[in-house]
Design a protein around this ligand. Structure first.
Ligand SMILES: Cc1cc2nc3c(=O)[nH]c(=O)nc-3n(C[C@H](O)[C@H](O)[C@H](O)COP(=O)(O)O)c2cc1C
Length: 189
């Protein structure tokens, strides 16, 4: 099983197509999310896949810099309640961590389907939660914007800032490996 292809080909692309995502692919993406590991198998994530009228309401909650996401035919909301997962005495709370594991599973599955899956934090959480009926005591930790990649011309529709258009074809930016990873012992800044 070779996963490095999906992991390295995944990018936070923003030029999207409005072409619908097939229902079976939507199902596989959501199922991949629910197959993630979680503390004590608590499975704290709650996923709301917005495709229809809910999506129209959700678009209104996106921040200005995420106007590009209004083209997406699918947005998956990832919500958790801290009390639904492990909370250890030393301050380690695992709900958000487990929501991240769930999110990444969905992102990788979507990438394997040939789709763009772009998690975002730029939205009004109150408005977004209201659009989807997410209870107040849940944190809406991310929206995963899912779509087929759009054509280069679709990038000229005014939804992307110039830097966002540029980043579509720019090299991936990462800190040097050795600045973030060490073997056996902390050897990091
Ligand atoms: C938690 C989180 C929040 C993000 N929020 C936004 C966002 O609101 N808008 C956006 O355009 N990109 C957002 N991104 C995408 C990141 O900017 C992107 O992943 C990062 O620049 C690295 O680029 P790459 O994913 O192509 O490697 C977010 C990513 C994560 C994980």
């Amino acid at each position: 099983m070779e996963l490095m292809k999906e992991i390295s080909e995944r990018r936070a692309y923003r030029i999207l197509s409005e072409r619908p995502v097939p229902e079976d692919a939507v199902r596989r993406i959501l199922e991949a999310g629910t197959l993630a590991p979680s503390c004590y198998n608590n499975q704290p994530w709650r996923l709301v896949a917005a495709t229809g009228t809910a999506l129209v309401a959700l678009r209104a909650a996106l921040s200005e810099g995420n106007a590009w996401a209004t083209r997406a035919p699918l947005i998956v909301a990832v919500a958790v309640r801290e009390s639904d997962d492990c909370r250890l005495d030393d301050g380690r709370d695992y709900a958000l961590f487990d929501a991240g594991l769930c999110t990444m599973n969905m992102v990788i599955q979507a990438t394997a389907e040939g789709l763009v899956a772009h998690p975002i934090a730029g939205y009004n959480p109150k408005k977004a939660k209201a659009a989807l009926g997410i209870p107040k005591d849940h944190v809406l930790i991310t929206l995963v914007v899912v779509a087929w990649r759009g054509s280069a011309e679709a990038g000229d529709d005014g939804l992307l800032a110039p830097w966002q258009k540029e980043s579509e074809s720019s090299a991936r930016e990462r800190k040097p490996f050795g600045e973030r990873v060490s073997m056996d012992r902390w050897n990091l800044g």
